[in-house]
Design a protein around this ligand. Structure first.
Ligand code: CO8
Length: 259
């Protein structure tokens, strides 16, 4: 697992993946996106990793797709680039493992879009969010129109996208774009604390809960309830369910084996 533009650290059952092109504020070009795709596959396959944290080196999380690469693209190339980013971000959203974005600085354009494909966003107090694409003469292209509208509602998404406004972490929290805002120097420790809490639970149950939410949110309530009931029932086929409930009744800490 070695990468040119990414750093991957593992501790306990948690992986921290950092974008590492600080000179260009971690802008996403084709090479970085392809490497990200490979890293996500590597992390998903690694059974020792339960939770993934994504962050950026330097003052930015990601300041967007790489404008110097995009400027001269044709329509066909532009669409292909959009497809590449969108498919990788969808892969992140559908990972079996929970993903936390630890947003350390600028999360603009493709950076905001990447953060929205993660399950949870924790922002440092200096983080800034926005979809400034219309100022460059393009629409958001890595599913920003879709995920922002689903997260904050169509009216706020339209305001942010049409004005290209960049908002501070606290406002991002107020509109429901981020889960919490923490002191800048405590960002990674706060993300790790949440990741450890998630990692201490039954991982099959965490995975099924993620599937139920992701699938159910795109269905009517009755279909969503059916999905939940099936996954709830399946939990009773796991050793973790017996262990979790026995531990409660025996007043001890559960030792999950993720089986
Ligand atoms: N692409 C390429 N280079 C970038 C980018 C970027 N997105 N952002 C910053 N950089 C580079 C700068 O050019 C600069 O390079 P150099 O030192 O060689 O001049 C370096 O990073 C440092 O940046 P600044 O000097 O500008 O740093 P500041 O602190 O003054 O400003 C900002 C920080 C406000 C973040 C500023 O850099 C900025 O506005 N960046 C661009 C933000 C932006 O518009 N992002 C959206 C890009 S479009 C996009 O993401 C669309 C995604 C979907 C595409 C689908 C296509 C089909």
């Amino acid at each position: 697992m070695s990468y040119d533009n990414l750093l991957l650290k593992k501790q306990d059952n948690i992986a921290i993946l950092s974008f590492n092109r600080p000179k260009v504020l971690n802008a996403l070009n084709t090479d970085v996106l392809k490497e990200l795709d490979r890293a996500i596959d590597d992390i998903e396959k690694d059974e020792e990793i339960y939770v993934l944290i994504i962050t950026g080196e330097g003052k930015a999380f990601i300041a967007g797709a790489d404008i110097s690469e995009m400027r001269d693209k044709t329509a066909v190339e532009g669409r292909k680039f959009g497809e590449l980013g969108s498919s990788i971000f969808r892969k992140i959203e559908l990972m079996e493992k929970p993903v936390i974005a630890a947003v350390n600085g600028f999360a603009l354009g493709g950076g905001c879009e990447l953060s929205m494909s993660c399950d949870i966003r924790i922002a440092g107090e200096k983080a800034k969010f926005g979809q400034p694409e219309v100022g460059l003469g393009i629409t958001p292209g890595f599913a920003g129109t879709q995920r922002l509208a689903r997260l904050v509602g169509t009216a706020k998404a339209k305001e942010l996208i049409f004005t290209a406004d960049i908002i501070k972490a606290q406002e991002a929290k107020e509109i429901g774009l981020v889960n919490k805002v923490v002191a800048q120097e405590e960002l990674i420790s706060e993300a790790l604390e949440m990741a450890k809490k998630i990692a201490s639970n039954g991982q099959i149950a965490v995975k099924y809960s993620k599937v139920a939410i992701n699938r159910g949110i795109n269905c009517d309530l009755d279909t969503g309830n059916e999905i939940e009931k099936d996954l709830f029932g399946l939990c009773f086929a796991t050793e973790d369910q017996k262990e979790g409930m026995s531990a409660f009744l025996e007043k001890r800490k559960a030792e999950f084996k993720n089986k």
